[in-house]
Design a binder for this molecule. Structure first.
Ligand SMILES: Nc1ncnc2c1ncn2[C@@H]1O[C@H](COP(=O)(O)OP(=O)(O)OP(=O)(O)O)[C@@H](O)[C@H]1O
Ligand SMILES: [Mg+2]
Length: 262
């Protein structure tokens, strides 16, 4: 069993000189599932990108550490090797690289040089995971995400999760655009990974996903900060009542929340 702690303290992040994150504090330990909810544009994806080291996002203040190591000092590939994983809200299409080649490179990037995964082992595990996630085998030989439907892209992100075994996984709207069956398949994949060895940060707008994956903690993000935290009941209340009561409770005034509970 490995125990990992991702610690985010007073994180401020700017994009093109506009401050988006204004002091985020959050700790995710292996074995814990955290959900982050919050109105559109409050910085949830910005947080995910900053953790993974997207170059457009400038950290102006605060710290991100993984088991005490300074994540902000790490290159993107080093962050992945250190055990961080991001399933993006909008997965990138990479023409010229097949899904299978991408996965094998990503797996090998996490292993020592000279200790690459034997091809047969890779294929066996890939076949098993494809079947488990009910993904068409042809997808593995297609260019990564190119022409994939929205739901296929999301399944493919979970395929990566199953293949890469990260210590801390950030899943950004993994449920968006999924039909009911796909939602079940994706949830099954995530739940299969649930163990003492995985910490998970699930960004979602809907309780629907959390019916399948019960979080240990739920956080509300508004105006670039985590403004409220609780247990699974917090997500249920947000689903039922929206964000207005949180704003009132905390005296938050200018947050745009109208689109949230459509
Ligand atoms: N590259 C960029 N250039 C300019 N502004 C940006 C850029 N990326 C994000 N932003 C702005 O940062 C704010 C936060 O965006 P972010 O994607 O983090 O929101 P979010 O909480 O994930 O929203 P959603 O729930 O809609 O996915 C938004 O106002 C967005 O327009
Ligand atoms: Mg987002």
């Amino acid at each position: 069993m490995s125990s990992t702690v991702l610690e985010i303290k007073n994180l401020h992040v700017s994009i093109e000189d506009k401050e988006i994150l204004k002091g985020v504090n959050l700790t995710v330990k292996s074995g814990e599932f955290h959900a982050i909810m919050g109105p559109n544009g409050t910085g949830k994806s910005t947080l995910a990108s900053a953790i993974m080291g997207h170059p457009n996002y400038e950290v102006t203040e605060g710290t991100i550490t993984l088991d005490g190591e300074d994540v902000l000092e790490m290159e993107v590939d080093e962050r992945a090797r250190a055990g961080l994983f991001l399933a993006m809200q909008y997965p990138s299409e990479i023409s010229g690289v097949t899904t299978s080649d991408f996965l094998r490179s990503a797996i090998n990037a996490k292993r020592e040089e000279g200790d690459e995964i034997p091809l047969m082992n890779f294929i066996k595990k890939l076949d098993r995971d494809l079947e488990y996630l009910d993904i068409d085998k042809n997808m593995a030989t297609r260019y990564l995400n190119v022409g994939f439907s929205g739901g296929e892209k999301k399944r493919n992100e979970i395929l990566q999760l199953l293949q890469l075994h990260p210590d801390i996984a950030i899943l950004d709207e993994i449920d968006s655009g999924l039909d009911i069956d796909a939602l079940k398949v994706v949830s099954k994949g995530i739940n299969q990974m649930r163990s003492e060895n995985l910490g998970c940060l699930i960004i979602t707008h809907y309780q629907r996903l959390l019916n399948y994956i019960t979080p240990d903690f739920v956080h509300v993000m508004m105006q670039g900060r985590v403004v409220k935290s609780g247990g699974p009941e917090l997500a249920k209340r947000l689903e039922a009542e929206g964000y207005e009561w949180v704003k009132e409770e905390l005296g938050i005034e200018d947050e745009e929340t109208t689109e949230q509970n459509a």
